[in-house]
Write a protein that binds this ligand. Structure first.
Ligand SMILES: [Zn+2]
Length: 474
């Protein structure tokens, strides 16, 4: 099904790992027109002869899928025969395409309220729709921090007004994300928060973390930790290793992550709370998580596409677009993350979509903000790893759909008859070039600008409604 080209892989620039992408190539003759949000949705939609993949139901076959009034009503060979005659029916030719449950991102920064010049809920959700996501969890490090019922309610209301993918707020663990006083987690949950996190900051005090886990447990909320011992990362600019030494940049040792994950696993065991590690980047954290899971402790974890694809060598040239937190690490760490995602030690892929304007990125490396955008390139990067054999496709689909739902206790996405039609149509072999004009996100801070990727989202449905459709010209 996939085209592999040894020459292109051999020409890969050094900072990309061997996933079969990331080589600067002239743009191919594929022109994608501007994409539209909120299409008029037909009353009956038939996906005809499409490869439907739902690992949760052991489904991977060529079928017809019928969607009526927001619900999947029929799945099976020729299941669309009767429906396609219905008035107002639209038939989507599934030849060469895949149909999956639309994705869930449990880690995105939408910057509203407070930093709408970087992103807002409307542009963030548009980017999510273009990336195949039906649900996006918004981290609370906005201005002000989402540590109250009022802000959580505002986010939910604003997203409902915008339409498109659903937004699930994540509330702060501590007031102002200062690591001291716990938030009113019951209020946050009642207002719609699906988890709590001080993301961007680590909960450094073991005592506060213990109380946070105990308190969150009473509301059955998952506690998401940004694992970074700040005493080991003061002034750090990138991963600590040979590259940081060569560039003369202060390093962020992987042990700063491992120490917190190890401590928190003990606290999760002590409290019996649900504990989730955001953006795992180090092989040590992987080892600790694997051991914790083997011992039956309720820990889960996510990895970002960028930590699965890039190494610290991407930073060479002081490329601020590759400055992220936690930093891009060594090939050994990347290999450990891939193996952990493949065997389920890392449950999910989350984008850590972190928009920044040129103000924060077109500057000295030491001054630059951390983070890169990721909603619109997530799928293509993961499909690159599937093509290279690093990850099984079924695991990637699970990591973007059922696994994040499991972590947060959300309704399980499914291609079963009767399930809500949150769906994405994928063109796995379509090549496209990442350009600033094509990206829906207000910010363009990605090292992938100008890169050709393989694998694109054609159509995203949320509750049966078309929220994104890619138009192709010529
Ligand atoms: Zn973080």
């Amino acid at each position: 099904m996939f085209i592999r080209d040894a020459n292109r892989t051999a020409n890969a620039t050094s900072h990309f790992t061997s996933c079969g992408l990331g080589y600067p190539l002239p743009a191919r003759n594929v022109v994608l027109a501007a994409c539209r949000m909120s299409q008029p949705t037909p009353s009956v939609l038939v996906f005809s002869g499409i490869r439907a993949i739902d690992p949760g139901r052991n489904l991977d076959s060529l079928v017809d899928v019928v969607v009526e009034r927001g619900v999947i009503t029929k799945v099976g060979p020729k299941a669309g025969d009767a429906a396609r005659k219905a008035e107002g029916c639209r038939v989507v030719d599934g030849k060469g395409k895949w149909l999956l449950s639309a994705f869930i991102d449990l880690h995105a920064h939408l910057r509203e309220p407070g930093q709408e010049y970087k992103e807002d809920i409307a542009t963030g959700l548009a980017a999510a729709a273009a990336g195949g996501f039906a649900r996006v969890c918004a981290m609370p490090n906005t201005r002000p921090v989402n540590d109250t019922r009022a802000i959580t309610e505002m986010l939910v209301a604003r997203a409902a007004e915008v339409g498109g993918p659903r937004l699930h707020p994540i509330g702060a663990i501590t007031v102002g994300q200062k690591g001291e006083e716990l938030t009113e987690m019951g209020d946050l949950r009642d207002a719609g928060a699906v988890a709590v996190s001080d993301d961007g900051h680590c909960v450094m005090s073991a005592s506060v973390m213990r109380r946070a886990l105990e308190y969150a447990r009473t509301f059955d909320l998952c506690v998401i930790q940004h694992a970074e011992d700040h005493t080991l990362t003061q002034g750090a600019q990138m991963h600590e290793g040979v590259v940081s030494a060569r560039l003369g940049l202060r390093g962020w040792p992987r042990e700063a992550e491992d120490i917190i994950v190890a401590r928190d696993v003990m606290l999760a065991e002590l409290t019996g709370a649900r504990y989730h590690v955001a953006h795992v980047s180090s092989m040590g954290a992987v080892r600790i998580l694997r051991d914790a899971k083997a011992r039956g402790i309720a820990v889960t974890a996510e990895a970002t596409p960028h930590h699965l694809v890039f190494t610290d060598e991407a930073v060479i040239g002081y490329r601020t677009e590759c400055k992220v937190n936690p930093p891009l690490r060594s090939q050994q760490d990347v290999n450990a993350l891939r193996a952990a995602l493949a065997d389920g030690t890392i449950d999910c892929v989350a984008t850590d979509h972190a928009p920044h304007s040129p103000l924060e990125k077109d500057c000295e490396f030491q001054e630059a903000a951390t983070g890169m955008i990721g909603l619109e390139t997530c799928l293509a990067l993961l499909l690159g790893l599937v093509r290279s054999g690093a990850l099984p496709l079924a695991r990637v689909v699970d990591a973007l759909t059922a696994a994040p739902a499991r972590v947060l206790g959300l309704e399980k996405p499914s291609l079963a008859e009767g399930a809500r039609a949150d769906l994405v149509v994928v063109a796995p072999e379509r090549r496209w070039t990442v350009t600033a004009e094509k990206l829906r996100s207000k910010s363009k801070n990605t090292p992938l600008l100008g890169q050709e990727l393989t694998g694109a989202v054609d159509l995203t449905l949320v509750g049966g409604k078309i929220v994104f459709e890619r138009q192709e010209d010529g």
